[in-house]
Write a protein of this length. Structure first.
Length: 490
């Protein structure tokens, strides 16, 4: 159970707050994981009072909460929902926020503990952080409790801006009070990857270059940019997904066993992996960037990226990115890691596929093994969370015919308790002060050192086209074909 505290959400009227943060707060309350002295305080540029914000929060919880909406739970939460109007450059509004937090110590018993959630565009980070520094609200040493800040991605748009942002955040808050949130690390199946590897003796002996042929990490989305043209066109698929989500999944897949399951030990091993990543010598042949055109998806005609509202004419921003990386460690030297992400692909799926080498000798005729591929272990992050193993088995009959079969583990059927949403888990960790699932600034900067050369190489190049509903540009298939491999079809 966290200490009594307040959660201050800047930008509380945005989609992230309405669809993820407020429902996560409700789910925590419904599970009895919020302290009796808890306040959700929204801050945004709206002429609202507490009642208006309560209605917005109730609607968000009813529509998007994971757990069943219960009136008695909501009544308890509603008494602790507050709202303050103001703009980020308004000194008076932040002075009022400071006074309100002091008052809440007496009225709601928050004991001076406050977590500030920056659910705002990255361009607004500096002004909000400077306001928190000016008022002294960020300084836990001068107050009666702890002060923490949650920073949403993207953490800058390149290495230089990331270093500058980290310098600014660390000048306002102490390093152990900064929580850089990557919601993928809060997903149960991502954490299960660590359990799969290090709680079992079955997998770790073959988790290396002696047995693994390649690793494919995919994050596919069937949606377009969903009205986020302003952000997405300035970021693109590589900055939006490769730099954070997929490189974090790579680090967890390739890391050595930590000495303990805590923040410091996990970060130490992830640092080693991120620092050992190598880019291919020929970026022309080993990277692909694409942009979707109009096409058919799920039986519906969808528009192309350049036709989306708010996208500048002739934009060269990529909506698909694929790259082959290496990890130069004794365990992984020579094993290619293929990463890909894209929008308007055939289906929504995120998975890590560990593809094993073929057996060195098969005592069967070639005609017996026509339908046998490489053994695979696939961790499905979303949807249908679970693990699949693909291997060869004899087909029924008098002939010795080997076919590929699957063995599935599904979270939904194996456990009676449903998995918490990623933000639900991560918000609780923020309130508890547990940084195990949060990347630090060194991880962020190491990731930019991988992505910056790609962005520099792609600068000014026209992305290759692919129709909505396809698995990306043809060049992505060719990239693996040159290596004698094919993309796995989820």
């Amino acid at each position: 159970m966290p200490d009594p505290c307040a959660l201050v959400v800047f930008g509380v009227t945005g989609d992230l707050a309405k669809k993820k943060l407020i429902p996560a707060v409700y789910d925590l309350g419904n599970r009895g994981l919020l302290p009796p002295g808890f306040v959700l305080l929204g801050f945004a540029r709206r002429d609202w009072g507490d009642g208006d914000f309560e209605q917005l929060a109730r609607k968000a919880a009813e529509q998007h909460a994971r757990t069943e909406f219960r009136e008695d739970v909501w009544r308890r939460l509603a008494d602790s929902i507050k709202f303050l109007p103001g703009s980020f450059d308004d000194d008076n509004a932040f002075d009022e926020l400071d006074r309100t937090l002091v008052e809440l110590e007496a009225s709601h018993g928050i004991a001076g503990n406050v977590a500030f959630y920056l659910s705002i565009p990255p361009a607004a980070f500096p002004v909000v952080l400077k306001q928190l520094a000016r008022t002294g609200m960020a300084d836990g040493s001068e107050r009666s409790g702890w002060r923490r800040v949650v920073v949403e991605k993207p953490f800058g748009h390149d290495l230089d801006s990331s270093v500058e942002l980290n310098r600014l955040v660390d000048s306002v808050f102490t390093s152990h009070d900064v929580f850089r949130i990557d919601h993928y690390l809060g997903k149960e199946t991502v954490q299960n990857l660590l359990a799969l590897r290090f709680a079992n003796t079955l997998f770790e002996p073959v988790w290396n270059s002696h047995y693994v042929d390649s690793v494919q990490i995919t994050m596919a989305e069937d949606v377009g940019i969903e009205g986020r043209a302003g952000f997405y066109d300035s970021a693109g698929a590589a900055r939006d997904v490769l730099q954070n989500h997929l490189l974090q999944l790579l680090a967890l897949t390739a890391m050595e066993e930590p000495v303990a399951f805590d923040a410091e030990a996990l970060r130490t091993e992830k640092h080693k992996v991120l620092g050992a990543i190598s880019l291919p010598a020929d970026l022309e042949l080993s990277t692909v960037r694409g942009q979707y055109e109009q096409g058919w998806l799920a039986g519906e005609r969808v528009k192309g990226y350049l036709d989306e509202e708010g996208v500048p004419p002739g934009s060269t921003t990529e909506t698909y990115a694929a790259v082959r990386l290496g990890v130069e460690t004794r365990r992984w030297a020579g094993v290619p890691f293929y990463l890909r992400t894209g929008k308007r692909l055939p289906r929504r799926v995120t998975e890590i596929a560990v593809i094993f080498k073929r057996a060195p000798h098969l005592p069967f005729a070639k005609t017996d093994t026509v339908e046998l591929g490489n053994n695979q272990l696939v961790v499905r992050v979303q949807p249908d969370e679970g693990v699949t193993m693909r291997f060869g088995s004899k087909a029924p009959g008098s002939a010795m015919e080997i076919r590929e079969v699957s063995m599935d583990f599904l979270y939904g059927s194996a456990f009676t308790e449903s998995s918490p949403e990623a933000y639900e888990r991560l918000l609780l960790d923020v309130l508890l002060g547990d940084k195990t699932l949060f990347p630090d600034h060194e991880e962020v900067e190491a990731s930019w050192q991988v992505i910056d050369p790609l962005e520099e190489f792609w600068q000014g190049r026209i992305p290759q086209r692919y129709r909505a509903g396809e698995w990306g540009p043809r060049a992505a298939e060719d990239m693996l074909a040159r290596d004698g491999r094919t993309w796995r079809r989820p």
